[in-house]
Write a protein that binds this ligand. Sequence first.
Ligand code: PBG
Length: 326
Amino acid sequence: MSAQFPVARPRRLRRTPALRRLAAETRLSAADLVLPVFVKEGITEPQPIASMPGVVQHTRDSLRKAAHEAVEAGVGGLILFGIPAVKDAVGSGADDPDGIVQKAVRDLRSDLGDAAVVITDLCLDEFTDHGHCGIVTETGAIDNDATLERYASVAAAQAAAGVDVVAPSGMMDGQVAAIRAALDGAGHPELPILAYSVKYASAFYGPFRDAAECAPVFGDRATHQQDPANAAESLREVLLDLEEGADMVMVKPAGPYLDVLRQVRDAVDVPVAAYQVSGEYAMIEAAARNGWLDRERAIDESLAGIRRAGADIILTYWAAEVAARL
Ligand code: PBG
Protein backbone atom coordinates (compact mmCIF):
# COMPACT_ATOMS: atom_id res chain seq x y z
CA MET A 1 0.00 0.00 0.00
CA SER A 2 2.69 2.45 0.98
CA ALA A 3 4.08 2.29 -2.58
CA GLN A 4 1.10 4.37 -3.59
CA PHE A 5 2.41 7.27 -1.59
CA PRO A 6 4.87 9.73 -3.08
CA VAL A 7 8.59 9.17 -2.66
CA ALA A 8 9.31 12.64 -3.89
CA ARG A 9 7.84 15.14 -1.48
CA PRO A 10 8.84 18.73 -2.26
CA ARG A 11 7.03 19.75 0.92
CA ARG A 12 9.85 18.26 3.04
CA LEU A 13 12.03 21.29 2.39
CA ARG A 14 9.20 23.69 3.17
CA ARG A 15 8.39 22.34 6.62
CA THR A 16 10.10 24.95 8.82
CA PRO A 17 11.32 28.51 8.36
CA ALA A 18 14.90 27.29 8.96
CA LEU A 19 14.63 24.67 6.21
CA ARG A 20 13.12 27.20 3.85
CA ARG A 21 15.87 29.67 4.61
CA LEU A 22 18.56 27.05 4.03
CA ALA A 23 17.03 25.94 0.75
CA ALA A 24 16.38 29.44 -0.63
CA GLU A 25 17.91 29.86 -4.11
CA THR A 26 18.13 33.60 -4.03
CA ARG A 27 18.30 36.20 -1.35
CA LEU A 28 18.43 39.92 -1.13
CA SER A 29 21.33 41.71 0.39
CA ALA A 30 21.40 45.33 1.41
CA ALA A 31 24.63 45.96 -0.48
CA ASP A 32 22.85 45.31 -3.80
CA LEU A 33 20.12 47.85 -3.16
CA VAL A 34 20.27 51.39 -4.53
CA LEU A 35 18.03 54.16 -3.20
CA PRO A 36 16.75 56.75 -5.70
CA VAL A 37 16.59 60.23 -4.11
CA PHE A 38 15.25 63.59 -5.24
CA VAL A 39 16.85 66.89 -4.29
CA LYS A 40 15.24 70.19 -5.14
CA GLU A 41 16.94 73.54 -5.43
CA GLY A 42 15.65 76.47 -3.42
CA ILE A 43 13.35 74.77 -0.90
CA THR A 44 13.77 74.98 2.85
CA GLU A 45 11.61 72.01 3.89
CA PRO A 46 11.33 68.55 2.30
CA GLN A 47 8.24 68.35 0.07
CA PRO A 48 6.07 65.23 0.13
CA ILE A 49 5.20 63.65 -3.24
CA ALA A 50 1.47 62.92 -3.32
CA SER A 51 1.70 59.93 -5.66
CA MET A 52 4.65 58.40 -3.78
CA PRO A 53 3.70 58.33 -0.10
CA GLY A 54 6.85 58.08 2.01
CA VAL A 55 9.10 59.66 -0.66
CA VAL A 56 10.01 63.36 -0.61
CA GLN A 57 11.80 66.00 -2.61
CA HIS A 58 14.74 66.72 -0.36
CA THR A 59 16.48 69.90 0.60
CA ARG A 60 20.25 69.61 0.49
CA ASP A 61 20.27 69.14 4.25
CA SER A 62 17.47 66.60 4.44
CA LEU A 63 19.17 64.65 1.65
CA ARG A 64 22.37 64.45 3.67
CA LYS A 65 20.41 63.08 6.61
CA ALA A 66 18.46 60.55 4.50
CA ALA A 67 21.64 59.43 2.76
CA HIS A 68 23.34 58.92 6.09
CA GLU A 69 20.41 56.80 7.34
CA ALA A 70 20.31 54.73 4.16
CA VAL A 71 24.02 54.06 4.36
CA GLU A 72 23.70 53.14 8.04
CA ALA A 73 21.04 50.64 6.99
CA GLY A 74 23.56 49.17 4.58
CA VAL A 75 22.39 50.18 1.10
CA GLY A 76 25.00 49.80 -1.62
CA GLY A 77 24.37 53.16 -3.19
CA LEU A 78 22.14 56.12 -3.95
CA ILE A 79 21.06 57.50 -7.29
CA LEU A 80 20.46 61.23 -7.39
CA PHE A 81 17.83 63.17 -9.30
CA GLY A 82 17.86 66.96 -9.16
CA ILE A 83 15.09 69.47 -9.65
CA PRO A 84 16.47 72.91 -10.53
CA ALA A 85 14.84 76.18 -9.48
CA VAL A 86 14.92 77.42 -13.09
CA LYS A 87 14.44 75.39 -16.26
CA ASP A 88 15.17 76.33 -19.86
CA ALA A 89 15.06 74.82 -23.35
CA VAL A 90 18.53 73.24 -23.17
CA GLY A 91 18.53 72.22 -19.51
CA SER A 92 21.34 74.56 -18.46
CA GLY A 93 21.05 73.52 -14.82
CA ALA A 94 22.19 70.02 -15.65
CA ASP A 95 25.81 70.90 -16.40
CA ASP A 96 26.14 74.04 -14.28
CA PRO A 97 29.04 73.39 -11.87
CA ASP A 98 26.81 74.95 -9.21
CA GLY A 99 23.70 73.10 -10.34
CA ILE A 100 21.70 71.26 -7.71
CA VAL A 101 22.95 67.78 -8.64
CA GLN A 102 26.59 68.86 -8.59
CA LYS A 103 26.09 70.51 -5.18
CA ALA A 104 24.38 67.42 -3.79
CA VAL A 105 27.12 65.16 -5.15
CA ARG A 106 29.74 67.27 -3.39
CA ASP A 107 27.71 67.11 -0.14
CA LEU A 108 27.35 63.34 -0.30
CA ARG A 109 30.92 62.82 -1.41
CA SER A 110 32.23 64.65 1.64
CA ASP A 111 29.71 63.05 4.04
CA LEU A 112 29.84 59.47 2.87
CA GLY A 113 33.36 58.96 1.62
CA ASP A 114 33.50 55.43 0.30
CA ALA A 115 30.70 54.06 2.49
CA ALA A 116 28.31 53.89 -0.47
CA VAL A 117 28.33 54.47 -4.21
CA VAL A 118 26.97 57.83 -5.35
CA ILE A 119 25.32 57.56 -8.77
CA THR A 120 23.83 60.37 -10.83
CA ASP A 121 20.98 59.98 -13.27
CA LEU A 122 22.26 61.62 -16.44
CA CYS A 123 19.44 63.15 -18.44
CA LEU A 124 17.96 66.54 -19.27
CA ASP A 125 14.26 66.06 -18.58
CA GLU A 126 14.36 67.41 -15.03
CA PHE A 127 16.17 70.50 -16.32
CA THR A 128 14.28 71.40 -19.50
CA ASP A 129 11.23 73.68 -19.50
CA HIS A 130 9.53 71.38 -22.05
CA GLY A 131 10.24 68.27 -19.95
CA HIS A 132 11.89 66.31 -22.77
CA CYS A 133 15.09 64.34 -22.35
CA GLY A 134 16.92 66.24 -25.06
CA ILE A 135 17.11 69.18 -27.42
CA VAL A 136 13.80 69.80 -29.18
CA THR A 137 13.77 70.93 -32.82
CA GLU A 138 11.32 73.43 -34.37
CA THR A 139 9.07 70.53 -35.39
CA GLY A 140 8.96 69.15 -31.86
CA ALA A 141 11.27 66.20 -32.52
CA ILE A 142 14.14 65.27 -30.19
CA ASP A 143 17.46 65.99 -31.92
CA ASN A 144 19.52 62.93 -31.07
CA ASP A 145 22.99 64.20 -31.89
CA ALA A 146 22.57 67.71 -30.49
CA THR A 147 21.42 66.01 -27.28
CA LEU A 148 24.57 63.88 -27.17
CA GLU A 149 26.66 67.04 -26.94
CA ARG A 150 24.61 68.14 -23.95
CA TYR A 151 24.95 64.73 -22.27
CA ALA A 152 28.72 64.86 -22.75
CA SER A 153 28.84 68.17 -20.95
CA VAL A 154 26.57 66.95 -18.14
CA ALA A 155 28.79 63.89 -17.66
CA ALA A 156 31.86 66.09 -17.32
CA ALA A 157 30.11 68.32 -14.76
CA GLN A 158 28.91 65.37 -12.68
CA ALA A 159 32.38 63.81 -12.80
CA ALA A 160 34.02 67.05 -11.74
CA ALA A 161 31.67 67.15 -8.72
CA GLY A 162 33.00 63.75 -7.66
CA VAL A 163 30.29 61.24 -8.56
CA ASP A 164 31.21 57.52 -8.50
CA VAL A 165 29.04 56.32 -11.41
CA VAL A 166 27.00 58.10 -14.08
CA ALA A 167 23.75 56.56 -15.30
CA PRO A 168 22.52 57.90 -18.65
CA SER A 169 18.74 57.44 -18.90
CA GLY A 170 17.75 59.46 -21.97
CA MET A 171 17.70 56.62 -24.54
CA MET A 172 19.49 58.64 -27.22
CA ASP A 173 21.38 56.51 -29.73
CA GLY A 174 25.10 56.66 -29.08
CA GLN A 175 24.79 58.21 -25.63
CA VAL A 176 27.13 55.79 -23.91
CA ALA A 177 29.90 56.37 -26.48
CA ALA A 178 29.48 60.15 -26.27
CA ILE A 179 29.61 60.09 -22.48
CA ARG A 180 32.57 57.66 -22.40
CA ALA A 181 34.52 59.98 -24.70
CA ALA A 182 33.61 63.03 -22.62
CA LEU A 183 34.65 61.37 -19.38
CA ASP A 184 37.93 60.14 -20.83
CA GLY A 185 38.61 63.55 -22.34
CA ALA A 186 37.98 65.26 -19.01
CA GLY A 187 40.43 63.02 -17.18
CA HIS A 188 37.97 60.46 -15.77
CA PRO A 189 38.80 57.24 -17.61
CA GLU A 190 38.19 55.29 -14.40
CA LEU A 191 34.60 56.49 -13.90
CA PRO A 192 32.08 53.73 -14.70
CA ILE A 193 28.86 54.07 -16.70
CA LEU A 194 25.69 52.32 -15.59
CA ALA A 195 23.65 52.44 -18.79
CA TYR A 196 19.88 52.49 -18.71
CA SER A 197 20.17 50.23 -21.75
CA VAL A 198 16.69 48.79 -21.71
CA LYS A 199 14.17 51.48 -20.97
CA TYR A 200 10.58 51.12 -21.99
CA ALA A 201 8.09 53.89 -22.72
CA SER A 202 6.20 53.02 -19.56
CA ALA A 203 3.07 54.24 -17.81
CA PHE A 204 4.77 53.17 -14.59
CA TYR A 205 6.93 56.32 -14.60
CA GLY A 206 3.83 58.40 -13.84
CA PRO A 207 4.54 59.21 -10.18
CA PHE A 208 8.22 59.94 -10.93
CA ARG A 209 7.20 62.77 -13.21
CA ASP A 210 5.49 64.42 -10.23
CA ALA A 211 8.53 63.73 -8.06
CA ALA A 212 11.00 65.13 -10.57
CA GLU A 213 8.59 67.68 -12.08
CA CYS A 214 9.47 66.50 -15.56
CA ALA A 215 6.26 65.49 -17.33
CA PRO A 216 6.67 66.54 -20.98
CA VAL A 217 4.52 69.58 -21.76
CA PHE A 218 3.74 68.16 -25.22
CA GLY A 219 4.14 64.73 -26.79
CA ASP A 220 5.64 61.73 -25.05
CA ARG A 221 8.84 59.68 -24.98
CA ALA A 222 7.74 56.96 -27.39
CA THR A 223 10.15 58.09 -30.14
CA HIS A 224 13.14 57.17 -28.00
CA GLN A 225 12.00 54.80 -25.24
CA GLN A 226 11.18 51.20 -26.20
CA ASP A 227 7.84 49.75 -27.16
CA PRO A 228 6.49 47.47 -24.39
CA ALA A 229 5.58 44.90 -27.04
CA ASN A 230 9.24 44.18 -27.82
CA ALA A 231 11.93 42.04 -26.23
CA ALA A 232 14.50 41.40 -28.99
CA GLU A 233 15.48 45.04 -29.31
CA SER A 234 16.41 45.01 -25.63
CA LEU A 235 19.31 42.68 -26.35
CA ARG A 236 20.34 44.90 -29.21
CA GLU A 237 20.31 47.96 -26.95
CA VAL A 238 22.36 46.12 -24.31
CA LEU A 239 24.97 44.90 -26.81
CA LEU A 240 25.28 48.34 -28.37
CA ASP A 241 25.81 49.92 -24.96
CA LEU A 242 28.48 47.38 -24.06
CA GLU A 243 30.26 48.05 -27.36
CA GLU A 244 30.09 51.75 -26.56
CA GLY A 245 31.73 51.19 -23.19
CA ALA A 246 28.99 50.60 -20.63
CA ASP A 247 30.27 48.94 -17.46
CA MET A 248 26.88 47.88 -16.12
CA VAL A 249 23.48 47.72 -17.79
CA MET A 250 19.98 48.32 -16.51
CA VAL A 251 16.50 47.10 -17.28
CA LYS A 252 13.65 49.47 -16.47
CA PRO A 253 10.91 49.10 -15.28
CA ALA A 254 11.52 45.84 -13.45
CA GLY A 255 8.28 44.05 -12.53
CA PRO A 256 6.53 44.13 -15.91
CA TYR A 257 9.77 43.17 -17.72
CA LEU A 258 11.11 40.20 -15.74
CA ASP A 259 11.35 38.13 -18.93
CA VAL A 260 13.58 40.76 -20.48
CA LEU A 261 15.68 40.95 -17.32
CA ARG A 262 16.28 37.20 -17.47
CA GLN A 263 17.25 37.36 -21.15
CA VAL A 264 19.70 40.17 -20.48
CA ARG A 265 21.21 38.41 -17.46
CA ASP A 266 21.79 35.28 -19.56
CA ALA A 267 23.30 37.22 -22.46
CA VAL A 268 25.96 39.37 -20.79
CA ASP A 269 28.79 39.10 -18.27
CA VAL A 270 28.54 42.52 -16.65
CA PRO A 271 26.44 43.43 -13.59
CA VAL A 272 22.77 43.82 -14.47
CA ALA A 273 20.64 46.32 -12.57
CA ALA A 274 16.85 46.51 -12.51
CA TYR A 275 14.87 49.63 -11.60
CA GLN A 276 11.68 49.05 -9.66
CA VAL A 277 10.11 52.32 -10.74
CA SER A 278 7.79 54.85 -9.15
CA GLY A 279 4.59 53.24 -10.43
CA GLU A 280 5.59 49.84 -9.07
CA TYR A 281 6.16 51.55 -5.72
CA ALA A 282 2.91 53.50 -5.85
CA MET A 283 0.79 50.44 -6.67
CA ILE A 284 1.87 48.52 -3.60
CA GLU A 285 1.75 51.55 -1.32
CA ALA A 286 -1.75 52.44 -2.51
CA ALA A 287 -3.10 48.93 -2.17
CA ALA A 288 -1.52 48.57 1.28
CA ARG A 289 -3.04 51.87 2.39
CA ASN A 290 -6.43 50.50 1.43
CA GLY A 291 -5.80 47.36 3.43
CA TRP A 292 -5.88 45.32 0.22
CA LEU A 293 -2.56 43.56 0.65
CA ASP A 294 0.13 42.98 3.23
CA ARG A 295 2.61 45.75 2.53
CA GLU A 296 5.85 44.16 3.72
CA ARG A 297 5.15 40.80 2.17
CA ALA A 298 4.22 42.41 -1.14
CA ILE A 299 7.40 44.50 -1.13
CA ASP A 300 9.58 41.51 -0.32
CA GLU A 301 7.89 39.34 -2.92
CA SER A 302 8.23 42.00 -5.61
CA LEU A 303 11.96 42.26 -4.85
CA ALA A 304 12.39 38.48 -4.72
CA GLY A 305 10.90 38.27 -8.20
CA ILE A 306 13.32 40.85 -9.54
CA ARG A 307 16.27 39.06 -7.94
CA ARG A 308 15.09 35.66 -9.19
CA ALA A 309 14.76 37.04 -12.72
CA GLY A 310 18.46 37.87 -12.60
CA ALA A 311 19.08 41.33 -11.19
CA ASP A 312 22.43 41.76 -9.46
CA ILE A 313 21.59 45.31 -8.39
CA ILE A 314 18.09 46.61 -7.61
CA LEU A 315 17.10 50.26 -7.60
CA THR A 316 14.07 50.63 -5.36
CA TYR A 317 12.41 53.39 -3.35
CA TRP A 318 12.20 50.85 -0.52
CA ALA A 319 15.98 50.33 -0.45
CA ALA A 320 16.64 51.90 2.96
CA GLU A 321 13.62 50.28 4.61
CA VAL A 322 14.37 46.84 3.25
CA ALA A 323 18.11 47.14 3.94
CA ALA A 324 17.32 47.97 7.57
CA ARG A 325 15.17 44.85 7.85
CA LEU A 326 17.72 42.48 6.28
C1 PBG B 1 14.67 60.15 -16.85
C2 PBG B 1 14.18 59.15 -15.86
C3 PBG B 1 12.85 58.77 -15.62
C4 PBG B 1 12.88 57.83 -14.59
C5 PBG B 1 14.22 57.67 -14.23
N1 PBG B 1 14.99 58.48 -15.04
C6 PBG B 1 11.60 59.27 -16.21
C7 PBG B 1 11.26 59.08 -17.62
O1 PBG B 1 11.98 58.46 -18.40
O2 PBG B 1 10.22 59.59 -17.98
C8 PBG B 1 11.70 57.14 -13.99
C9 PBG B 1 11.92 56.50 -12.66
C10 PBG B 1 10.68 56.08 -11.95
O3 PBG B 1 9.57 56.09 -12.49
O4 PBG B 1 10.81 55.73 -10.76
N2 PBG B 1 15.49 61.11 -16.23
